[in-house]
Structures are given as structure tokens and as C-alpha cells.
Design a protein around this ligand. Structure first.
Ligand SMILES: [Zn+2]
Ligand SMILES: [Zn+2]
Length: 426
């Protein structure tokens, strides 16, 4: 072995020991317990990541264990999966409700669910809003689409130039489907919509719905640019929930949504490179920490959702390259128990998800790291400049309101004049 290689191996071992020590510490504090067998970032053979490598006269360290958005180009056949929400309907500052971003090496980006609180994590990635327009909803619980208002109106105010595109299932009845939900979402937000239409360009305020039959089994619901997305039914609280699988360049990522264990998932999630499925809080945790009545906790934890042991059994059956468990509050008081129950029935590669984890997926390996993103993110300009307002509706302020306006525009006149001159505005 060349001395350079020997140094490399020693460094890798040192780093592995550090990760292990960190894992032990995290295990104690409960901050991050990943219980993962996946190639840890930094393992020999892992690609270089995140800015420049750390060097020392003794050699060069492997890549860092963090992902800084905007610093890494994906490989031509590489997928980046980011957890933007992994928790519960009662969204926390530390853990939003469900949202996954899938980015492909060809530039395509897809959001799967946009649950309560997740929009802030998405915004912190500083991806232009024109790049995050394609949203696939697994079902219509608020913890899976509760932050649509923020993405819709927030992106509209911050430079998106065209409509959101939403894919989602029908329901058992017309008024339980995605089309009905979005049409009535816009009705509920009519004041918001009308007042923005009077002042902003109109196109980005639109939402196009692509509704498909929730009963379709492994049906193609999206096919473009070499990407295929299929759906199949999930069994969750009411008819009309689905799971998805994204296929691209021989890779397969399954986004389970919410479901009790079902035979569609074990059939169609087979051969997944990454399989996401819920693993819920235990009934005991739901009762003790989530303030549910015992009868509610046992129903929600074992009938509406999938308990951790059942998650393990599912993953033992489909044997993905990596299993990701989500939909529980991942913290000191819960994570060891959830993890131990999963390990009763599954011994394969596993991440117990929390927000702002990122997985890089290629045919050769799957790495998991933490996303380091700013608390104070701004909107980033895309290739298309936002157009001026087209005022498709008139000013929503009546003469009655305007008659009571206190005209003190003289105090801002200089600023207004300078800005207009700079941008050639009348
Ligand atoms: Zn749900
Ligand atoms: Zn849910």
C-alpha cells in the first residue's frame, strides 16, 4: 500500500471513530440517531463533497459531513433527496410536517407533499421558485399539504413567473379529491388571490391540477424528460391516499405517504433504491406525549398508521438499499424506542428521518448528511425575470377606503423618484 493510501485509510478510520463517538453522544442527547448502515459520508470511495477538502501537511481529509445548498452539482446519474418535513400534524420549529424534495442530475426537481411548516425549510435551500413548481400530493391531510398557502403566495410574491403544477389523487367522492381541494383552496383564499391579482403578475397565482385515479395500481402519472412517476393506492384513514415511486436512470425512490401496511406497497416498492415509509409513534408515546386518549392512540397508532415493528417487517420484505422511516417526532424521548422496535423486525440499512437530512443516491452508493441552510434566506433569481403586474382584476380598494387615505407621500417622494428613475418606471 502506498503511504498516501495508508494515510487515507488512517484518516478514514479516525473519522469513522469520530462519527461513532458523535453517534453515541447524539444517542444520549437524542438529537440525531440514525441507526444507519448506509455508507457514511467520508467512507473510502465516497465522492468529494461540499466546497474544498480539508488539507493538512499530513494529507487531505475526506469530504465534510454536511451539505451546503448551492455548492454541489449533481452527477449525471445522481439523485439528491432532501427531507424538508418528517414530523407530525402539530408541526414543530425543529420538525415540520411531511415534505420531500427530489432533485435529479438532469436538473428536474419534484416536491412530494408540502406539509405544515415545511415551506421554511424549502425556502432555506434558496432554489428559485420557478424550479419548485411540481408538487405531488400523497393525500389531503394538512400535514401533507398545509404549507401550500405559503409556497403558493410566498413564491408568487418572490419571483415565481408561472403556475404551480399539482398532481394528486381523486377521492372516493368528487368532494374528497385533489381537484376539489385545490379549487376550493383558491375560493377560501379568494381575498388573498384578488388582492394579489390587483398588484402582482397573474400567471404565478394560478394552480394547474393533474388529478389521477387513486385506485390506479402502479399507474404512470407523470412521464417527461426520462422521469417516470407511478402511483398506487395507500390505505390511510379514508380512500384516496396514494404512494409514489420515481424512476430515473435505473434508480427508484419510493415515497410512501401515509398508510397502514398494505400489499400494494410490498409489491410495487420492491427493488427500490430508497424506500420511504411511515413509522409512527407508539400508542404509548401518543398517549403520554401527544395527549391522545388511550382509545384514540391505539386506533391512530396501529390502524390509521404503521407502528414501528410493522415498518420493519415491510422493509424486511422489500429489502431496499436504504429504508427511511418518518412521521414520528424524532427526539430523545422517542427515537430509541422507535428504533428498537424497528430493529425487532428489520436489520437492513435505515435512517430514522428528521428534517434537513439529505441523501445522495447513485447506483454505487447512498450517503446521508445534514443540510446546513441559513435561517435568513432570500428568494433567488431564476433564469426568467419576473414580469410586471398585469392587473387582471381592478384595484380592490374602493373609493370609500381611498377617501380616507392620508396622503403623506411627500415623505417618501425622494426615494420613489430615485427608484423610478433607476428602473425607468413612469
Ligand atoms: Zn395522513
Ligand atoms: Zn401524515
Amino acid at each position: 500500500m502506498k503511504s498516501g493510501n495508508l494515510l487515507k485509510v488512517i484518516l478514514v478510520l479516525l473519522v469513522a471513530a469520530a462519527i461513532f463517538a458523535l453517534g453515541q453522544y447524539a444517542g444520549m442527547t437524542g438529537r440525531t440517531v440514525q441507526l444507519t448502515n448506509v455508507a457514511a459520508a467520508g467512507q473510502a470511495g465516497a465522492p468529494e463533497r461540499a466546497a474544498a477538502p480539508v488539507t493538512d501537511p499530513a494529507g487531505t481529509a475526506p469530504h465534510r459531513y454536511a451539505y451546503y445548498p448551492g455548492t454541489e452539482e449533481l452527477g449525471k446519474e445522481e439523485i439528491r433527496l432532501i427531507a424538508l418535513g418528517t414530523g407530525m400534524p402539530l408541526a414543530r420549529r425543529s420538525q415540520a410536517a411531511t415534505c420531500w424534495l427530489v432533485e435529479l442530475g438532469n436538473g428536474d426537481k419534484f416536491l412530494f407533499d408540502i406539509g405544515t411548516g415545511s415551506n421554511a425549510n424549502l425556502n432555506a435551500l434558496m432554489i428559485p421558485f420557478d424550479f419548485t413548481k411540481k408538487i405531488f400530493l400523497t393525500h389531503l391531510h394538512t400535514d401533507h399539504w398545509g404549507d401550500l398557502p405559503g409556497l403558493w403566495a410566498g413564491g408568487w410574491t418572490a419571483g415565481r413567473t408561472s403556475a404551480l403544477e399539482i398532481w394528486g389523487p381523486t377521492g372516493a367522492r368528487e368532494d374528497m379529491g385533489t381537484k376539489y381541494a385545490i379549487e376550493n383552496f383558491l375560493k377560501a383564499y379568494n381575498w388573498d388571490n384578488m388582492t394579489r391579482l390587483a398588484n402582482l403578475p397573474s400567471a404565478p397565482g394560478k394552480i394547474n391540477v393533474h388529478e389521477f385515479d387513486f385506485k390506479g395500481e402502479n399507474q404512470v402519472v407523470y412521464e417527461e424528460n426520462g422521469v417516470i412517476i407511478r402511483s398506487w393506492p395507500a390505505i390511510h384513514a379514508g380512500d384516496g391516499a396514494v404512494s409514489y415511486a420515481l424512476y430515473w436512470k435505473g434508480l427508484k425512490v419510493v415515497i410512501g405517504g401515509d398508510s397502514m401496511p398494505n400489499t400494494w406497497y410490498t409489491q410495487y416498492a420492491l427493488d427500490a433504491d430508497v424506500a420511504i415509509h411511515e413509522a409512527f409513534l407508539t400508542p404509548e408515546q401518543l398517549w403520554r406525549l401527544y395527549n391522545q386518549a388511550p382509545a384514540t392512540a391505539i386506533g391512530v397508532g396501529t390502524y390509521v398508521h404503521t407502528p414501528p415493528q410493522a415498518f420493519g417487517k415491510i422493509m424486511s420484505t422489500i429489502r431496499p438499499r436504504l429504508a427511511i422511516a418518518y412521521h414520528f417526532f424524532n427526539e430523545a424521548d422517542t427515537v430509541l424506542e422507535v428504533g428498537e422496535y424497528i430493529r425487532e423486525t428489520y436489520d437492513g440499512p435505515l435512517t430514522l428521518a428528521e428534517d434537513n437530512l439529505v441523501w445522495n443516491i447513485t447506483r454505487d452508493e447512498i450517503n446521508v448528511r445534514t443540510v446546513i441552510s441559513p435561517d435568513e434566506a432570500w428568494s433567488v433569481a431564476g433564469p426568467v425575470a419576473p414580469p410586471p403586474p398585469d392587473r387582471t382584476v381592478p384595484d380592490q380598494l374602493s373609493k370609500w377606503s381611498l377617501d380616507h387615505r392620508w396622503d403623506i407621500s411627500d415623505v417618501s417622494a425622494k426615494m420613489v423618484q430615485e427608484f423610478k428613475a433607476k428602473h425607468n418606471l413612469k
